[in-house]
Design a protein around this ligand. Sequence first.
Ligand code: COA
Length: 690
Amino acid sequence: MNTDESCKTVRVETRSDLAPGRIAVVTIDNPPVNAGSLQVRRDLLEVFARLRDDDGLAGVVLTGANGNFVAGSDIREFDAPPQAPHLPEVIAAIESLPVPVVAAIDGAALGGGYELALGCDARLATPRSIIGLPEVTLGLIPGAGGTQRLPRLVGIARAISLITSGRRVKAQEACLLGMIDAVAEGDVVDSALEHLKTMTGRKRVVRELAVASNDPEEIEAAEREALARAKGAAAVPEAIAAVKASAVLPAEKALYRERETSLRLRVGPQAKALRHLFFSERQAARPPEGAEPLRVSKVGVVGAGRMGQGIALAFMLRGFDVRLSESDPAVLESALAALRGEAEKAASRGRVHSADELMARLSPGGLEEMSDRDLVIEAITEDMAAKKALLARLDGIVRAEAVLASNTSYLDLDEMAAATSRPERVGGLHFFNPAHIMRLVEIVRTENIAPATLATLISICKRLGKVGVVARVGEGFIGNRIFSAYRRQCEFLLEEGCLPQDVDRAMVDFGMAMGPFAVFDLAGLDIAWATRKRLAPKRDPRMRYVEIPDILCNIGRFGRKTGKGWYDYSASSRGAPDPDVQAVIEAESERKGIERRAIGDDEIRNRLLAAIVNEAALVLAEGIAERAGDIDLVLVHGYGFPALAGGPLHWAARMPRDRILASVDAMAAESGFGAERAFNLLEVLDQAAG
Ligand code: COA
């Protein structure tokens, strides 16, 4: 291969030894993921202008370095006005080249990256590649022809589904759908060179093709499904309209409209919120400076209850070798049966070839058999003495450099670490139930943790596909601490005049995945009850305390698991408001001499959001969380806060400042003794405003 002139981010090599003639291999090299930055667009345009003048050229292969094709347009540029040359100009240059261009994809061809590939005359990808148009997950629609070219390959209905879900499709499926032409088993550039031969110099410009299929019933079904899933995402109806335009408008006009819509959404509040979460997630995943994660392939899980099962499954699904230890044979047996059921489900959804393949990654074993594990996570009952005894025993079993982690949701991890001879190798991995589905994991940074241990826990979360957020030791860490403040405020509202369904409706309208009382019922009322009883000796008697949930627990109403909690589940699994609960609430208001009043949805929302935001500021002040973005990630990925609002601090920082402060002050005034505006609230809001 000859290396021609190169630009900063694009290399060109020519192959003269091949039929059908001289081929240029154009490689995009913009580490780490070849994002389509301004520099990349400039360089590509320059290269394709040069190739246009190359008379002897028979074809072009377009590919990427760094294990990726192109992971999308450079999202870091989205906060500034777009700068020319724009991606549509680059794509137009490829389409108008007189010779065919084959995209040779390895790794990610996402967003603008896949749009670039759609500008080529054919697309080949390695089996590990992921392909798609995930712009909607960033609050946008594709802006460089994705909504116009994809329907020409896969049809309108399928393009609606793919674009509105933002689904990343693996190469094999992408090929079946028609998104790419073939899966390349060997070197993808070699396959692309071969493919060029079969094209015999002919162009196949996607935008000149007819829309692949246009069946009105399928389109209506895809549209209905997309809108039902949209949950207020402004980009979804816009994407549907843009895709449908591909069948009725001239390409030029439809492309212009698509771009205009994409740029308008890009500066909107939802896109800004989702970008904030995207970068917060990546920032949270950065290891401490200079620290290298330890090698982890063999994992142990102790405790086969619901959490232990979910944790084991999360690791199995990502290819780890998992040993599960449980002292109660009956619990182990039912856990293995449950895991087998999950494995069958995973196989039926195509996540693994077979249930057996997944189950082969799991081996039950005693504690002594944890000796070859790189990481052991305990998920036994929330009892400090039992956890300390277990960790001390494991300390004597596992290798000196192995990491021990606890899944505790509130206990003092420093105390647990001190029970071992390796406090620098002990930390927390607080998974959320169900652990194989929920994306959040709180990584608890103990006082004496070694940077390499922390880096290991961070890297494990990334390998599991989780959002790992580092928290320091403190009651409830980040999430449950803030959630407790939210819960207390919900209970105050009951005493003052609300019913559970009023509060739930107001918060679901705000965009929460579920109303708080429905969540309490799902989690089990007994859990918070146990915490209240544990903390009772420390509670200042002057603090406002609502007895209603204790009364419900005393009569066995623990939520869904007992058929009754805040709601009654006996007639419907969705739960119905219960007059008995209303009677308890009203009696309690009367007993305390509180005159019940009508409280509107706005006031409910203001009170509850103010409680969350104020507690979040305190969590930052105490150093339990390091960054505002970390808190936003925790609330969005673990507690159903709407991602479209960017998390509570991103949301609050964008509200009029005087309104937020007034809400927090009103919330504090209603909350009684000890409640006040966090001293650092203004500073936190300023920081979160960026
Ligand atoms: N623009 C700018 N930066 C990007 C980017 C993009 N489109 N995609 C990834 N990056 C950056 C990340 O911020 C991160 O930077 P950091 O190291 O400074 O934190 C770095 O590239 C690596 O990304 P990361 O996600 O940690 O790597 P990964 O190997 O786990 O995943 C991808 C790679 C491509 C799957 C993933 O980065 C991704 O999904 N990117 C976004 C794709 C997308 O939505 N494109 C459409 C844009 S409209």
